[in-house]
Write a protein that binds this ligand. Sequence first.
Ligand SMILES: NC(=O)c1ccc[n+]([C@@H]2O[C@H](COP(=O)([O-])OP(=O)(O)OC[C@H]3O[C@@H](n4cnc5c(N)ncnc54)[C@H](O)[C@@H]3O)[C@@H](O)[C@H]2O)c1
Ligand SMILES: O=c1ccn([C@@H]2O[C@H](COP(=O)(O)OP(=O)(O)O[C@H]3O[C@H](CO)[C@@H](O)[C@H](O)[C@H]3O)[C@@H](O)[C@H]2O)c(=O)[nH]1
Length: 433
Amino acid sequence: MQLAVIGTGYVGLVAGVGFADIGNDVVCVDVDETKIARLKRGEVPIYEPGLDALIETNVKAGRLTFSTDIATAIRAAEVVIIAVGTPPAADGSADLSAVFSVAETIGKNLNGFKVVVTKSTVPVGTADRIEERIRRHTTQPFGVASNPEFLKEGAAIEDFMKPDRVVIGSNNARALEVLRNLYTPLVRKSEDIHEMDARSAELTKYAANAMLATRISFMNDLAVLSEKLGADIERVRKAVGADPRIGPKFLYPGAGFGGSCFPKDISALIQIGQGVGHELEVVRAVESVNKRQKRLLFEKLRRHLDGALEGRTVAVWGLAFKPQTDDIREAPALVMIRELLEAGAKVRAHDPEAMDNVRAVLGDRITYCENMYEALEGADALALLTEWQEYRQPDFERVKRLLRTPTLLDGRNIWDPKALRALGFWYTGIGRP
Ligand SMILES: NC(=O)c1ccc[n+]([C@@H]2O[C@H](COP(=O)([O-])OP(=O)(O)OC[C@H]3O[C@@H](n4cnc5c(N)ncnc54)[C@H](O)[C@@H]3O)[C@@H](O)[C@H]2O)c1
Ligand SMILES: O=c1ccn([C@@H]2O[C@H](COP(=O)(O)OP(=O)(O)O[C@H]3O[C@H](CO)[C@@H](O)[C@H](O)[C@H]3O)[C@@H](O)[C@H]2O)c(=O)[nH]1
């Protein structure tokens, strides 16, 4: 099939190369000329494991190209996939200006039946509004569909190429058929493709993210309780997750959830509810617990130092919102670092992939260390915010020698409290005695 993917970010690039890899002809389009120029030179603008090799293979095979010419890409395509950003507006709702601008361009360039698919995360009812925008400019036939994306950053290719389920929502039978054909090579069985109306598909995306975020905030709330009661949340987590009705995934307490999706989609869902006069009370609590959780490590450190943070130095390991990505959107580390700077502390930071992105936001307000141990030199404490593999088993004797005071804040519960205390560290994690 001939596809145009509009928006070449985390989702558009992964979807574009994924569809190319199963034999489609794909043009990935973006308004960002620098990004497209880099992709044309063979550079990959984001860090996502396996993405560069897959792009190279498909470009070489002639199935994947990059362009800034949206109109030409639309005219050549049978299926146009909208994968532009839908960032939060000031009131927390999703900003749909990029989606609608693409819809208008599609309307102006329709030259025969096409399926217009929204992969971006958009509020319920957006498919109807896209249809209306396209119709303003054309009498040509087209079908609009919602096809939310469920990939996780860091595992994006695996998630896209082997999805647990695919959701396609449309009121147009021809559009549903085209999308069923497009996705059939990627699913194990036909029931993995869930066909529905567009509104249900749009809501499914928010429901899935809100459910996952609810599990995390619930566990983070219980972690605070656990610590006050002298219980160990890690034991509770494992035992609770052993119930097959609950399952073990997304129960890990930590320094709060970040990323470009959960925080933004939760506030958008609250707005969607309010728009129709329904207060989503559970989702509100998920959001407020997460805001509190992102400040938890900072508060613990402040208490430990009796409020004396001025002039102290804190080492931070992990800046990305999760391992295996360079994405720092809504990262808990940024919340902690900003609190530390405001309190007059200095920060020495390390991350295997995300330091350039942090430098673009914080400039020289913190010290960036190419080596994880270098970050510890002369620091009063080490805070771990992202559980990159290389932080799991550091040389703690060396850590102790380098730190001015042996203080550890484990924001992902990856270290052994008993062993570290035996080594002479002051250790605190999330919800552990
Ligand atoms: N990142 C994820 O893990 C993920 C997963 C599932 C769904 N989503 C959703 O997918 C959408 C895209 O997310 P992302 O993380 O890929 O965003 P991103 O910011 O990485 O990429 C969006 C791209 O769209 C481009 N763009 C903006 N306006 C455009 C226009 N008018 N025409 C062409 N290109 C334009 C931008 O230049 C950018 O390259 C969002 O709605 C997001 O909520 C993201
Ligand atoms: O048990 C857990 C699991 C995750 N997290 C945190 O939650 C955030 C999000 O993690 P994850 O879901 O793995 O990454 P994303 O790439 O943001 O993926 C989510 O958001 C995407 C965009 O909507 C969806 O497509 C995915 O299905 C959904 O998992 C990160 O800060 C994690 O550290 C926890 O604190 N505890």
